[in-house]
Ligand binder design. Structure first.
Ligand code: SF4
Length: 385
């Protein structure tokens, strides 16, 4: 069964040790120690309520994100994995990913997480440069990262880590050196995100006050292109704008979502997309941790009409190297009146992008070229205008 037909579960852990200067995720620094038993009870109740909505499904993956889920006790993680596996029907290769921050794990904890059912670790390395970690407000050191990755290689078959690029002060030469160092610790997969300045964050204030200067567009583009070239040469080509993997080693959870699969979210602020008898819904839990711990309130369920669903699918699928496949799109949306992704696109914009060598449009579908990926946000905005 292909990943997009499976159901995926996202589990949100809300706490971090400190708040990074660029972060606008739903993460909080707890004011007091949490009670693991309360988390287990709330996750179990949330999973039971979600199972009642979804009915029986094949479970393709579980993804623990946050926040910093490596702060959660392995017993909590194990209880959630067990509840998920009992609620749905796990595929034989069901992927269970946990995001771990360096400095929050040691060898024993990583082993305990593996024994709890985690079979893929995603480490929030973010940078191999000490000054950059400090500037980003990360609390871990480069040594913490190297230790965590070294242990993780011994303990997990499937390993990824995140890096943040296009950081203040970053040049192409510095980035190439850093990426070479990072690759020495790489597993099968890397996620490399451009630093974005989110409203309301300390980083946004620092940029607005001129205390921090972001790399200019040209440097950002050079870094982006170099990253793709270097990782392809290292056997981990891009399969999505920010994600790179050895063949067959893509994150099945995220790939499923980008291909339009259903996913349910449990935990405060978790969101999902569910196809139910009544239609497809965007679901979102309220972010209040204490209210959720008392007994998870039902998520907000927002119905998505056929055009919203199809446009959302296009926006996500165009980020993939494989692009939007016409047969898959038709199978998903023909009953809603869309047999071809191009029916939803601005044809003049598509023809122009194809003429400029930025997009390919053929019988297989529509996808960005290597030159087009760099301009993907602008291209997608024009195509779906
Ligand atoms: S560790 Fe991640 S979720 Fe937590 S504050 Fe930093 S960026 Fe945000």
């Amino acid at each position: 069964m292909s990943p997009e037909t499976a159901f995926h579960l996202y589990v949100h852990w809300p706490y971090c040790r400190s708040k990074c200067g660029y972060c606008d995720f739903a993460s909080y620094v707890p004011r007091q120690a949490w009670d693991p038993a309360k988390f287990v009870a709330a996750y179990r109740a949330d999973i039971a309520a979600l199972r009642a909505r979804t009915g029986a499904r094949e479970l393709g993956s579980v993804f623990f994100g946050g926040g910093t889920p490596s702060l959660a006790e392995p017993a909590v993680i194990g209880a959630v994995v067990e509840a998920a596996m009992a609620a749905w029907e796990p595929r034989g290769d069901c992927e269970v990913t946990l995001e771990a921050n360096p400095g929050t794990v040691d060898k024993a904890r990583l082993r305990a997480l593996r024994d709890a059912g985690v079979n893929r670790l995603s480490v929030g390395a973010q940078s191999f440069d000490a000054a950059s970690l400090k500037a980003l407000g990360r609390e871990h050191s480069v040594d913490d990262t190297k230790h965590a990755l070294t242990w993780a290689h011994d303990i997990f078959d499937r390993l990824s880590f995140d890096l943040i690029t296009a950081r203040p002060g970053l040049s192409l030469a510095l980035w190439e050196d850093e990426l070479a160092e990072a690759l020495a610790f790489a597993g099968e997969h890397l996620s490399i995100y451009q630093l974005t300045v989110e409203d309301g964050t300390p980083l946004a204030r620092a940029v607005a006050e001129g205390r921090v200067t972001m790399p200019d567009e040209e440097t950002g583009a050079e870094i982006f292109e170099a990253t793709r070239r270097i990782l392809a040469a290292a056997g981990r080509p891009a399969y999505e704008v920010s994600n790179f993997a050895r063949p067959g080693a893509a994150c099945r959870h995220n790939l499923g979502i980008w291909r339009g699969a259903d996913y349910g979210g449990v935990g405060p602020a978790a969101h999902g997309r569910l196809t139910l008898e009544e239609g497809r819904f965007a679901t979102r839990h309220a972010p209040d941790v204490h209210a959720w711990l008392k007994g998870p309130p039902a998520p907000r369920m927002e119905p998505l009409d056929a055009e919203e669903r199809a446009r959302e699918h296009l926006m996500m699928a165009l980020r993939l190297t494989e692009g939007v496949a016409t047969p898959g799109f038709a199978a998903r949306f023909a009953d809603a009146g869309f047999a071809d992704p191009r029916e939803l696109m601005n044809r003049d914009a598509l023809d122009e992008a194809v003429g400029l060598g930025l997009m390919v449009s053929d019988d297989a579908g529509v996808r960005a070229t290597e030159a087009g990926v760099l301009l993907l946000n602008a291209l997608t905005a024009r195509l779906l205008d």
